[in-house]
Design a protein around this ligand. Structure first.
Ligand SMILES: NC(=O)c1ccc[n+]([C@@H]2O[C@H](COP(=O)([O-])OP(=O)(O)OC[C@H]3O[C@@H](n4cnc5c(N)ncnc54)[C@H](OP(=O)(O)O)[C@@H]3O)[C@@H](O)[C@H]2O)c1
Length: 181
């Protein structure tokens, strides 16, 4: 069954101690960090390759605070109370909200012809991991220990064995690891 589903893929940055945001959701420790001129760590190429994105409601609300909506791909926002999630009028053509399970969301996107799906948000990624659905994982490790925050890891289910595809590093201390499951 899962063989027919789109490939669920993660591209995310974490502190070395595994957090994606501070407890209050702040990501300035990441976005405010100097990076080599013109370097995007492969993000644009990754985004170009996916046909849709699934993000958690918390990540959606964070992205809504950015000056511009950054995504050209269709987005599914996951929430257990989808009727409560407000989508701005300008995004209604490309953003829908769903309370379906990870596998159902992937089935829906697969039926629409999508072959690769970008999964974003810590809780959301963990719920896909818990169902064994994540096929590709790219994590950029940021050289900071936050000590506390919103975790990426801890899906609370069985082992997910991974095969290392690539490891890259940059002079500013970012290290990126890419795995297939
Ligand atoms: N470091 C990075 O690269 C990076 C990347 C992305 C996000 N972030 C940051 O991470 C924070 C958000 O991550 P997060 O882990 O707190 O939350 P998240 O995964 O973005 O959103 C969590 C919410 O998504 C919904 N949800 C998740 N899984 C679901 C499922 N299986 N079924 C139905 N609904 C589901 C629930 O919404 P309801 O509560 O509405 O039910 C849940 O409360 C933000 O601060 C964001 O800026 C950082």
């Amino acid at each position: 069954m899962t063989g027919q589903l789109p490939s669920a893929e993660v591209f995310i940055a974490t502190s070395l101690d595994g957090y994606i945001a501070r407890p209050d959701g702040d990501i300035l420790w990441l976005t405010g960090r100097p990076v080599p001129e013109g370097e995007d760590f492969g993000y644009a190429a990754f985004l170009d390759g996916v046909g849709a994105m699934v993000m958690g409601r918390e990540s959606f609300e964070k992205v809504l605070t950015f000056p511009d909506w950054p995504y050209k791909t269709p987005v599914v926002v996951l929430s257990r109370t989808p009727e409560r999630v407000v989508v701005p009028e300008a995004l209604k053509a490309s953003v829908r909200v769903s309370g379906q399970s990870p596998v159902k969301v992937l089935e829906m996107l697969g039926a629409e012809g999508v072959t690769r799906v970008y999964i974003d948000g810590g809780q959301t990624i963990r719920s896909f991991l818990a169902e064994g659905l994540v096929r590709r994982t790219i994590v950029t490790l940021i050289p900071v220990l936050l000590g506390q925050g919103r975790p990426l890891w801890g899906h609370g289910a069985g082992d997910v064995d991974l095969t290392l595809v690539a490891a890259r590093s940059w002079d500013n201390g970012f290290v990126q690891v890419e795995y297939l499951a």
